[in-house]
Design a protein around this ligand. Sequence first.
Ligand code: C2E
Ligand code: MG
Ligand code: MG
Ligand code: MG
Length: 284
Amino acid sequence: VAKGAGKNQWRRYQAHLHNEMVERLELRSALDHAVNEGHFLLHYQPIVDLAAGTPVGFEALVRWHHPKRGVITPDQFIEVAEESGLIVPMGRWVLEEALRTVAEWRRILPPELAPYVSVNVSVRQFRENGFVDQVRNALQHTGVPPQGLMLEITETMLVKDDEQVWTNLATLRDLGIRIAIDDFGTGYSSLGYLRQRPIDVVKIDKTFIDDMITSHQPLALVTGIVSLAQSLGLIVVAEGIESPTHRELLVRMGCPFGQGYLFSSPLGPTEVLAWMRGVQPIAV
Ligand code: C2E
Ligand code: MG
Ligand code: MG
Ligand code: MG
């Protein structure tokens, strides 16, 4: 009996593996199709001056208009996009689209309100030889100045001796584009190390912000990151601000910028201008 049960379990396990593989292959081929047909869209989340409550920029976040599942978020496809290399052509579209959109906002809004756009870039894109030219060209034909663009690279994707990546980051930064380390705190880089690298901004990962309210240790940790980063000349952005308490704590510790559902969830491009008109600066 025991032997038979084991055999059944093994079969079920095999079937499970098989299904998972088929699902991944299907996702990959659907993604390939989406890249060729342009089935992506961008949502934009405001990044605000925390004390004033006013927007300074927007983070572009990709969505896939999936034929069966509707509009889906990156947690459902970024991994496959990375593995398959499809992140490269998808990322090229994201950059172009984000710049076209922010160019329009910058034309409509008065110069003192002109926002920047922050674009997530995969390390695979930074590793490409033509990436710097691609960015330079996109800025040129959309008419966005380099100060209107920020590029985010996830901390855990950074490899210390990936010199191609660091060289490209340095060249982009020399053009006047700001470089941000995304999800800071989830990897092992120290701020002292980052200071020697071509980086302007650190975005503190939302897990630290979440935990800040419930215990003292994360609160002390975030306070430490904010003050050390600023003393090293880095700009700090806090992610995942969901409550007024989060915001107050961050303002009190001198954190200048942040984003999160408290201010707004990611918005469709046409919702952004309406949102901007509606923002009442409520200083804390
Ligand atoms: P991320 O860059 O750290 O972006 C922040 C994520 O947190 C977004 O999820 C956003 O919707 C979500 N978020 C914002 N405020 C809050 C909040 O207050 N509470 C909570 N719980 N979540 C909040 P999203 O849009 O699902 O994106 C997930 C990740 O996918 C991004 O994390 C980024 O790493 C990646 N991603 C998004 N767009 C692109 C892209 O165009 N290219 C690449 N390479 N990666 C992208
Ligand atoms: Mg990001
Ligand atoms: Mg992030
Ligand atoms: Mg994140």
